[in-house]
Write a protein of this length. Structure first.
Ligand code: GDP
Length: 423
């Protein structure tokens, strides 16, 4: 069984929590895109973990985790993430973690370029996490990056690094007038953080093809949501990678394999980190209350997230581009404080109402059309079945399934591993 678990909205839908829950049924959990620019928060019997780079299956002793071909990996960040998990008693060795030899290395100068450019943009900034993701993907497509497999051949790597740094300094020193990147310091960094990882680096295409052919269950874990996809998201306020399920086999390293199902993670309300159009956004006290109840602060950066009601237009689009076959609805419990539940049912673009998620200037112009559904005003974290939910909460879940056109299979009512039920 090949299953992708993906975000339907802007990210932060609670994917980490659902992957942690579902991963018990999978032999392998892999990440297929992105870097340490987002975080998954997982709370289970071992404690609370924030994972930026490692697949969430790392928290289960019996699961093999793969960092796929489509990822960009900051070696220093990965080293610290591994160390911090080890300190909490998580066993990490090459039998449990495999890193694709084709995955791209995110260098300190990519991070620096990200910061230089965001600072240059000043009030026109993109709201980047400043972790080098856009610069490293740009270099990847310029064919000017190092890949994990290069760490296995340090002498060749050194020559190539020197060429790359010479090229990079045309921009860093020439364009931004910043102190040039020092190739020797970069080499030292690569050796310090890269060498200890060498035993983890493998050809994941061979490994995963064999695993899939042997009937192993593989979970493809996405980072960020559909609306952050470089092609289908709110460009240019997207991430720089493909977050959608269709890309999962490619980014994993097994492009010829087909997914059997796609589990879309959808939050019972909306949140969005950083700049860009967010039509359903709420402001003032209403927003502060929802942000507080939902603890909507970035796992990677601690930034306060923008929040809004459930967005029917964006979520239906997210379900479509993800090709979701089933939905896990998360954080339903957060809405328990509300007398009435705000839902953005349509967009108004210059007086014309639409159900279709627009792009570009039209998206910038879109205004939300809000309606309200009855609230339930009681604690639902203890509910372990649909029937146990108050009637208004049942109606809300049914409504979301109906308007997004997707089958809701799981409902999460708390952060803990057991705080959910299946429909
Ligand atoms: P991700 O990147 O998609 O995993 O999203 P986040 O890192 O923002 O995780 C969502 C946050 O909400 C984490 O702190 C989770 O522990 C928490 N969470 C996930 N599902 C639920 C839920 O159903 N109810 C509550 N109260 N918290 C949840």
């Amino acid at each position: 069984m090949l299953t992708a678990v993906v975000g339907i909205n802007w990210g932060d839908e609670g994917k980490g929590r659902m992957v942690d829950l579902l991963s018990g049924a999978y032999d392998i959990v892999l990440r297929y895109q992105g870097g340490n620019n987002a975080g998954h928060t997982v709370v289970n019997d071992k404690g609370k973990f924030i994972l930026n780079l490692l697949p969430s299956g790392i928290l289960r002793d019996e699961t093999v985790n793969v960092m796929g071909t489509g990822m960009v990996i900051d070696l220093e960040h990965l080293t610290h993430e591994i160390e911090s998990l080890r300190e909490k008693g998580i066993k990490i060795d090459p039998s449990r973690l495999v890193i694709s030899d084709r995955a791209t290395i995110c260098m300190p100068y990519h991070k620096m370029m990200d910061i230089l450019e965001e600072d240059r943009l000043a009030d026109k900034k993109f709201g980047s996490t400043r972790r080098g993701i856009a610069p490293v993907y740009a270099d990847k497509y310029m064919k000017k990056t190092l890949r994990m497999g290069d760490l296995l051949h340090p002498e060749v790597l050194k020559d190539r690094l020197n060429d790359l740094v010479e090229w990079k300094n045309l921009t860093v020193a020439g364009g931004y007038k910043h102190e040039p990147v020092d190739a020797d310091a970069m080499y030292d960094w690569l050796m310090k953080y890269g060498e200890p990882l060498r035993d983890y680096i493998k050809d994941t295409t061979v490994y995963l093809t064999q695993a899939a052919d042997a009937g192993k269950n593989i979970m493809f874990e996405a980072q960020l949501g559909a609306l952050r996809d470089i092609d289908f998201g709110i460009y240019p306020y997207t991430s720089s990678s493909s977050t959608i399920a269709a890309y999962a086999p490619i980014g994993a390293g097994i492009p010829a394999k087909k997914l059997d199902n796609v589990i879309g993670i959808m939050k019972a309300y909306s949140s969005c980190v950083g700049e860009g159009p967010f039509t359903c956004e709420m402001f003032g006290e209403e927003a502060d209350k929802l942000r507080g109840e939902g603890a909507e602060y970035g796992a990677a950066t601690g930034r306060a997230r923008r929040v809004g009601g459930f967005d029917v237009v964006a979520s239906r689009y997210g379900v479509m581009v993800q090709g979701a076959t089933e939905i896990a609805l998360t954080k339903l419990d957060i809405l328990s404080y509300l007398d009435r539940i705000p839902v953005c049912v349509k967009y108004d673009i210059n007086g014309v109402l639409t159900d279709d998620f627009p792009t570009g200037v039209e998206l910038d112009m879109a205004k939300p059309v809000y309606e309200y559904l009855p609230g339930w005003k009681e604690d639902i974290t203890g509910c372990r079945s649909f029937d146990a939910l108050p009637k208004e909460a049942q109606d809300y879940v049914k409504y979301i399934g109906q308007v997004t056109g997707c089958n809701i299979k799981y409902v999460s009512v708390g952060a803990g591993r057991e705080e959910y039920f299946e429909m």
